[in-house]
Design a protein around this ligand. Structure first.
Ligand SMILES: C[S@@+](CC[C@H](N)C(=O)[O-])C[C@H]1O[C@@H](n2cnc3c(N)ncnc32)[C@H](O)[C@@H]1O
Length: 467
């Protein structure tokens, strides 16, 4: 692969003559494959090598055809590049994760960091996962629903809209759009698109994004900034600029030497760099800063009779019908928009309402059911929820071929009889709903989520997770 001269010149300067050849060699090598396990749903099989800085991160010996593993569709794991999982260290080392937090993932799609954040924060915390591009926000919502934590609002807003939520977030992650140098070996097209001019444009856009959202971070709140590029303009220089403009303190994280992460100090900014010849992962940069000041606001989690809420509670009848469908229904507010009943952890109602008042929400909490006259039709969000009460439903276990046919939205037949909703599972992992009508089974898997590829003649099981 040929790289632009100004890129190679800079990398030689950054790495020095000894290291640079190793870096070049690593750029030509096959990228490692890694996944992050959803521990609320499954465990990694014991043979997988762990990612050293992320508890649920694991490397795979080779890249399987992920589409043909029903477990991925069940939200049991997420395919994520290992370096990106380093945000876990920022959260574990600089945040009191046991406290109820309001967290923003500003550039969220397709959902790697959002699903990771959802696993790291407590059940009492709210994650707002945002993506500015509408089509990408739908993919983000799909991945968030599959992960099934139920305390996430997916929004589709421009960063400047967050100015309306002043001092709202305790933590924000800005995984900024960048010039993508760190993705050169995974995505050779990125090499062709790279230019010095584009680096400059990206750095300017990142500054705009940071300025746009900064006011929505509480005083004392934490910003985790990351890119998948190595140049200083998009990384340390941007954070130095922000700290100077707005008053923020750079946070130093503890690193284990065997991780191979390279710490940098530039203009008073502590940065963490990931180079492919030093870590098993792609190029990545992260820095963490704390906003100056102390948060003196009081977050009121109880509902007020006088306030006009945008969220509306589901009717008594609907609530009574869906109560049993959750393991701990007393913990939820059941809400209704048109025909759709959804569930949100009750103590998040106030904060979620504020988000609804100010932003465009595309997915909230857990979509539970659609009201159909006097009856309710269970929805996909419920099937994939970490909090579903499976006892409330008939379930059926599918083999690999049946599961993949179901996920392709084909008609399947299990030789059963009845007239009821059935939760279909693969190795104990819920995949979605079917409705048994006599000896027929209607497939209710969401059309937009279906597997589009043809199934091969021979199907091989992928073993990444175990129950
Ligand atoms: C590096 S990707 C995010 C990856 C994601 N955090 C993950 O871990 O899966 C950057 C995202 O920023 C979005 N984006 C592009 N322009 C933007 C802008 N001006 N403001 C905010 N986000 C933008 C892109 O659509 C893209 O989804």
């Amino acid at each position: 692969m040929q790289f632009p001269v100004s890129f190679t010149d800079r990398m030689q300067r950054l790495l020095g003559p000894q290291e640079y050849p190793q870096f070049l060699e690593a750029l030509q090598a096959t990228p490692p494959v890694s996944v992050r396990i959803n521990k609320a749903k499954a465990m990694a099989v014991a043979t997988l090598q762990p990612v050293p800085w992320a508890e649920t991160g694991h490397y795979l010996p080779e890249r399987p055809l992920f589409t043909l593993d029903p477990a991925i569709h069940a939200g049991a794991y997420y395919v994520q590049e290992a370096s990106s999982m380093f945000i876990e260290q920022a959260l574990k080392q600089a945040v009191h994760l046991e406290e109820p937090l309001q967290v923003l993932d500003l550039c969220g799609a397709p959902g790697g960091k959002s699903t990771h954040l959802a696993s790291l924060i407590s059940e009492d915390s709210l994650l707002v996962s945002n993506e500015v591009i509408r089509s990408r926000a739908s993919i983000l919502a799909e991945n968030v629903a599959k992960w099934g934590s139920g305390n996430v609002l997916v929004t589709c807003n421009d960063p400047r809209d967050f100015g309306r939520l002043k001092n709202f977030f305790d933590v924000m992650v800005v995984d900024a759009p960048c010039s993508g140098e760190g993705m050169f070996r995974k995505d050779p097209q990125a090499v062709g698109e790279w230019s010095e001019e584009n680096v400059k444009l990206c750095a300017q856009r990142q500054q705009r994004i940071l300025m746009d959202v900064w006011d929505s971070l509480k005083p004392g709140g934490l910003l985790i900034y990351s890119t998948c590029t190595w140049n200083e303009q998009e990384n340390e220089e941007n954070i130095a600029w922000l700290s100077e403009q707005e008053g923020a303190e750079s946070i130093k994280l503890q690193l284990q030497p065997e991780w191979g992460v390279v710490p940098t100090q530039l203009s008073g900014v502590e940065g963490y760099r990931f180079y492919p010849h030093r870590v098993q992962g792609e190029g990545f940069f992260m820095a963490v800063v704390r906003k100056a000041g102390i948060d003196e606001s009081f977050t009121n989690h109880s509902k007020s009779k006088k306030k006009k809420y945008k969220l509306s509670e589901a009717g008594k009848k609907e609530k009574s019908l869906v109560q049993d469908w959750f393991l701990q229904p007393e913990k939820y507010s059941f809400l209704q928009y048109g025909d759709v009943v959804s569930a949100l952890p009750e103590h998040l109602f106030e904060a979620a309402d504020e988000v609804y008042q100010n932003l465009y929400v595309v997915y909230a909490g857990t979509e539970v059911a659609e009201v159909k006259g006097k009856k309710l039709k269970p929805l996909q969000g419920l099937a994939l929820s970490q909090h579903i009460n499976k006892e409330a439903f008939s379930t059926a276990d599918l083999d690999l071929e049946q599961a993949l046919r179901y996920l392709r939205k084909e008609d399947i037949s299990l030789g059963t009889n009845g007239n009821d909703w059935v939760l279909l599972q693969y190795k104990g992992l819920p995949l979605g709903w079917a409705k048994q009508i006599g000896n027929r089974m209607n497939n209710y898997y969401p059309k937009e989520w279906r597997i589009r590829m043809e199934l091969p003649q021979e199907l091989l099981e992928t073993t990444i997770v175990s129950e």
